[in-house]
Design a protein around this ligand. Structure first.
Ligand SMILES: NC(=O)C1=CN([C@@H]2O[C@H](COP(=O)(O)OP(=O)(O)OC[C@H]3O[C@@H](n4cnc5c(N)ncnc54)[C@H](OP(=O)(O)O)[C@@H]3O)[C@@H](O)[C@H]2O)C=CC1
Ligand SMILES: O=C([O-])CC(=O)C(=O)O
Length: 268
C-alpha cells in the first residue's frame, strides 16, 4: 500500500481523503492531512489518519504520494519539500507553474530525487490528445472558460463588474495562459494544464467569461496541428461547497491514484 498525504482539506481535499480512506482510490492508504487551522476539523473522524498543522510532522510520515489540493501558495511552500522527502507530487493548483522559476525548481528537484510530478486532467479533458499531438508540430491551442457569476466572487472580476446584476455574458479576460493562470489562481488552472500539455503558457490563447445564462463551469478547447484537430466542450457540475471547482476535479485525482497502484491504466 502506498502511503498518501494530502495538503489542504477543502472541497477537493475532503472528497479525495474520503475516497482514499474508504478504499475507493486503489491500493493507497491515507496517512496524513496538512491543514492551516486544525481546530476547524475537530469533529472529523481522524483516528485512523493524522490531521496536522505541523508540516514537520506531516512530512515525517514517509509518504509515497503527496497530493496538493490547497492553492498556488501551497505549491510554492511545500512542493520542493514533498519531493525532497521522497514522495511523488500530485498538483491540482498547476497554475503556479506559470512562474517559470518555480516550475524549473520543482521539475529539477523531481529529476534529482527520482520522483514524479503528476498533473491530473482535473477540471479539463483532452490533455492526453493535446500532449500526444504536441509531439509533432502543433499550430494553435485555445481555451474559452465560462462560469456562472457565483463562481467569480472573491476574484478580481468582482472589482470589474457587478456580478449580482449581470444579465449578459461578460468577457473578463482575453490573452495568454501565462496571465490567466496568474490572475485567476483559484479558477483558471485549466489554462495552465493545457499550456503544459500543448504549446506553452505564452502561445495558448485564453478567454474567460462570466455567463449568467449557464449553471455549469464550461471549458471549450480547440487545437490544431499535424495530428489533426480537436474541439472539445466540457461542462463541469460546480461543487456545492465551492462553485469555482467542479466535482470532477477530485474524481480525476482519485482516478490518478487508482492508476498509480494498478497494473492496467487507461486514458492518459
Ligand atoms: N487543475 C484544476 O483543474 C483545478 C485546480 N484547482 C486548484 O485547487 C485549489 C483548491 O481547490 P478547492 O479545494 O476547491 O478550494 P477550497 O478553498 O475549497 O479548499 C482549499 C483548502 O486548502 C487549504 N489551504 C490553503 N493553503 C494551505 C496551506 N498552505 N496549507 C494547508 N492547507 C491550505 C484551505 O484552508 P483554509 O480553510 O485554512 O483556508 C482550504 O481548506 C484551488 O485553489 C485551485 O488552485 C481547483 C479546481 C480545478
Ligand atoms: O481550473 C480551475 O481552477 C477550476 C475550474 O475551472 C473548474 O473546476 O471548472
Amino acid at each position: 500500500m502506498k502511503k498518501v498525504g494530502i495538503i489542504g482539506y477543502g472541497t477537493i481535499g475532503e472528497d479525495v481523503a474520503q475516497a482514499v480512506h474508504q478504499g475507493r482510490a486503489g491500493l493507497v492508504q491515507l496517512e496524513a492531512i496538512l491543514v492551516r487551522d486544525k481546530s476547524k476539523y475537530e469533529d472529523s473522524n481522524s483516528t485512523e489518519y493524522l490531521i496536522t498543522e505541523d508540516e514537520d510532522e506531516f512530512f515525517n510520515q514517509n509518504l509515497d504520494i503527496v497530493i496538493e489540493c490547497a492553492g498556488h501558495g501551497a505549491v510554492r511552500k511545500y512542493g520542493e519539500r514533498a519531493l525532497h522527502h521522497g514522495a511523488d507530487l500530485i498538483l491540482v493548483s498547476i497554475g503556479a507553474f506559470a512562474d517559470e522559476s518555480l516550475q524549473k525548481l520543482l521539475r529539477d528537484k523531481a529529476e534529482q530525487s527520482g520522483r514524479k510530478i503528476i498533473v491530473p486532467s482535473a477540471a479539463i479533458g483532452g490533455l492526453d490528445r493535446i500532449a500526444a499531438g504536441s509531439v509533432g508540430p502543433m499550430e494553435e491551442v485555445t481555451l474559452v472558460t465560462r462560469k456562472p457569476p457565483k463562481a467569480w466572487y472573491g476574484t478580481l472580476i468582482e472589482e470589474q463588474v457587478n456580478l449580482a446584476e449581470l444579465s449578459e455574458p461578460y468577457c473578463a479576460f482575453e490573452g495568454v495562459a501565462r496571465d490567466s493562470a496568474r490572475l485567476f489562481p483559484e479558477s483558471v488552472n485549466v489554462s495552465a494544464a493545457l499550456s503544459l500539455a500543448g504549446i506553452g503558457f505564452d502561445k495558448t490563447k485564453v478567454k474567460v467569461y462570466v455567463d449568467p445564462h449557464i449553471s455549469h463551469n464550461i471549458h471549450e478547447i480547440e487545437a490544431r496541428g499535424k495530428f489533426g484537430q480537436i474541439k472539445l466542450q466540457i461542462q463541469n457540475t460546480p461543487s456545492a461547497r465551492n462553485p469555482k471547482t467542479g466535482y470532477i476535479v477530485a474524481m480525476s485525482v482519485i482516478k490518478t491514484l487508482r492508476d498509480m497502484s494498478s497494473s492496467f491504466v487507461i486514458g492518459i
